[in-house]
Ligand binder design. Structure first.
Ligand SMILES: *[C@@H]1O[C@H](CO)[C@@H](O)[C@H](O)[C@H]1NC(C)=O
Ligand SMILES: *[C@@H]1O[C@H](CO)[C@@H](O)[C@H](O)[C@H]1NC(C)=O
Ligand SMILES: *[C@@H]1O[C@H](CO)[C@@H](O)[C@H](O)[C@H]1NC(C)=O
Ligand SMILES: *[C@@H]1O[C@H](CO)[C@@H](O)[C@H](O)[C@H]1NC(C)=O
Ligand SMILES: *[C@@H]1O[C@H](CO)[C@@H](O)[C@H](O)[C@H]1NC(C)=O
Ligand SMILES: *[C@@H]1O[C@H](CO)[C@@H](O)[C@H](O)[C@H]1NC(C)=O
Ligand SMILES: *[C@@H]1O[C@H](CO)[C@@H](O)[C@H](O)[C@H]1NC(C)=O
Length: 495
């Protein structure tokens, strides 16, 4: 694994030679950079949750004639060649595992990759869609390291995950926005830079998905995900709601959406960094007092960014990032996703097995992904979303809650970057019809097999869950509790 250093010279030297993809995308900056481009923020995040991409983004060379006039959705059943199913008897049909590409309607030439794993329980289980964050990180990270049907061993074979969310749902993992994971385009104008583009693409995809899978149209539908998906999820949920209201296409049976360690209301969440760091003993009072002085300016600029600012949002990101970066300077080589750990090998987590596995020829053949190079996180997709970063995505949520659509916000207690404190604050500050009753609701233990696995606050459609002994990736750190959480939430027995 190459050492990850976010310096332009190293960045380009480590590219694979003479790649059109590199030339195309490196020459195009989808966002006009502001004068205060917050590169240190980008560095901190990319350094930590990113293997070094061999290509900055999946932009393919030339037209993709393979199915120019074909259907929008192409899907195949597959079985991973190295799946250890004990006696090797499970047939492709029995597994009900699918990989597909959706040709994005409103794009020049973009293809959205997804996995669809039928439930190991019942086909009547809800359809759950999972989104990994980044922005620009592949949902395959969740498939193999969090809540997918299997885990990768060091010899690159797959073993079943006892706590995969396919135990309780028919689950879809999407690589998005375009350029993420196995999703690609031949045109750099397809790189998204707002939640409008992101949510429209996801809406068009789910329409095509249910059109191709009419048997699942009446199942309950839930949107889930993590981290930067704290932006995607409310935007997508609101888009589905709007489509349903307008009788647009197929009615989507949206019952709820869940955000795990997300970034949703940055104006509130950035203010929580010093408080969380002080509370967890990462910084002392003197450091706190100094860092906390930036809070009013950050809050003010985040307010100016609001829901749809542009330059103001880059200014806010620049100012607010100094809060986070000042803490990082003090805490040294901490893993910002789990403050109990050190950031190992400059990557914080080691996802290299997935990278080796997904780039094996036999795996690519099984999935039908052609020559697309798989990287965990795309820095081009990441940078394109910088102007989106500080926007407030909370504003669209109250209308959904007031119509009975459920929201679960959960957070592993040891994550710094999208910590539970900031999440609990925006959830409590959200104005909706049940706000007073929610803030007055008691905290109750979240029990898994009689053990306290977290603490829950619920009122009506809204729940906030702090998960014990977990960092940023709750299903990775507490797989059993995470599956119990999903089951309880969809059954309405969580709290
Ligand atoms: C992308 O592919 C489409 C057809 O699939 C073609 O019309 C278009 O010219 C291609 N764009 C580029 C930049 O190659
Ligand atoms: C292994 O084979 C037995 C007998 O054919 C079967 O009952 C069992 O389900 C198989 N296990 C797996 C994981 O396929
Ligand atoms: C791969 O590793 C797993 C456990 O880590 C082991 O059960 C399995 O036998 C190994 N497979 C091979 C082919 O070595
Ligand atoms: C941190 O700054 C905010 C905003 O100025 C202020 O409201 C808060 O009281 C400060 N916290 C402490 C403990 O001084
Ligand atoms: C931008 O946000 C402001 C305040 O939230 C709103 O009044 C305005 O209509 C929005 N503009 C667009 C183009 O969405
Ligand atoms: C990541 O894991 C792989 C496989 O276990 C190992 O070979 C490699 O040395 C690890 N890399 C780092 C940076 O720890
Ligand atoms: C809030 O709780 C009170 C009782 O504690 C109840 O009378 C009221 O109807 C609740 N409000 C809403 C909006 O559910």
């Amino acid at each position: 694994m190459e050492k990850l250093v976010f310096l332009p010279t190293l960045f380009f030297l480590l590219q694979s030679p003479l790649s059109t993809a590199r030339l195309l995308s490196s020459g195009v900056h989808p966002v006009p950079w502001g004068p205060k481009r917050p590169s240190s923020q980008a560095e901190a995040l990319i350094r930590a949750l990113n293997l070094f991409p061999r290509e900055p983004v999946n932009i393919v060379d030339g037209p993709d004639s393979s199915w120019a006039d074909g259907p929008r959705l192409v899907e195949k059943r597959f079985k991973f060649p190295s799946l250890d199913d004990d006696n090797g008897t499970a047939s492709v049909e029995e597994l009900g595992h699918h990989a597909g590409y959706y040709k994005i309607q409103d794009s020049y030439d973009a293809r959205m990759f997804y996995f669809f794993f039928e439930s190991r329980g019942s086909s009547n289980d809800p359809v759950v869609l999972w989104l990994t964050g980044g922005p620009g990180c592949s949902s395959e990270l969740a498939v193999f390291y969090e809540n997918g049907p299997f885990k990768i061993t060091d010899n690159l074979s797959l073993v079943w995950n006892e706590y995969g969310w396919d135990q309780a749902s028919n689950i879809i993992y999407v690589d998005q926005p375009t350029g993420t994971g196995f999703s690609y385009s031949n045109d750099s104008r397809d790189i998204r830079d707002t939640e409008v583009g992101v949510s429209n693409d996801l809406y068009d995809f789910i329409q095509a998905f249910f059109a191709a899978h009419p048997d699942y149209q009446n199942n309950d539908f839930y949107i889930t995900g993590e981290s930067y998906a704290g932006h995607y999820i409310p935007a997508f949920a609101a888009r589905v709601y709007q489509g349903n209201q307008a009788n647009e296409g197929i009615q989507i049976n949206l019952k709820g959406f869940a955000i795990g360690n997300g970034l949703t209301e940055p104006g509130i969440q950035y203010q929580a960094y010093p408080d969380f760091a002080l509370m967890m003993g990462l910084i002392d009072q003197q450091t706190y007092d100094s860092i906390n002085q930036t809070v009013p300016e950050c809050e003010n600029e985040a307010n100016q960014c609001g829901t749809n600012g542009t330059e103001t949002c880059l200014n806010a990101l620049s100012t607010c990032s100094t809060i986070f970066n000042s803490i990082l300077q003090v805490v040294g080589n901490i893993n910002v996703y789990d403050i109990r750990k050190q950031c190992e090998g400059s990557l914080c987590y080691n996802f290299s097995n997935a990278q080796y596995f997904l780039n094996e020829q036999s795996v690519r053949n099984a999935l039908g992904v052609g020559d697309i190079d798989w990287v965990p996180c795309s820095s081009t997709v990441y940078q394109a979303m910088e102007v989106d970063w500080m926007r407030d995505l909370e504003v669209g949520i109250p209308a959904l809650l007031d119509d009975g659509i459920r929201l679960l916000v959960y957070a592993g207690e040891y994550d710094l970057i999208c910590n539970w404190l900031g999440n609990s604050r925006w959830v409590a500050a959200m104005e909706w019809s049940g706000q007073q009753n929610f803030t007055a609701a008691p905290e109750v233990p979240f029990l898994v097999d009689g053990n306290e696995a977290g603490v829950l606050t619920s009122y009506g459609p809204l729940s906030f869950l702090k998960v014990y002994n977990a960092g940023h990736m709750v299903p990775m750190d507490q797989p059993k509790a995470a599956l119990a959480m999903l089951k309880g939430w969809i059954q309405g027995t969580l709290g």
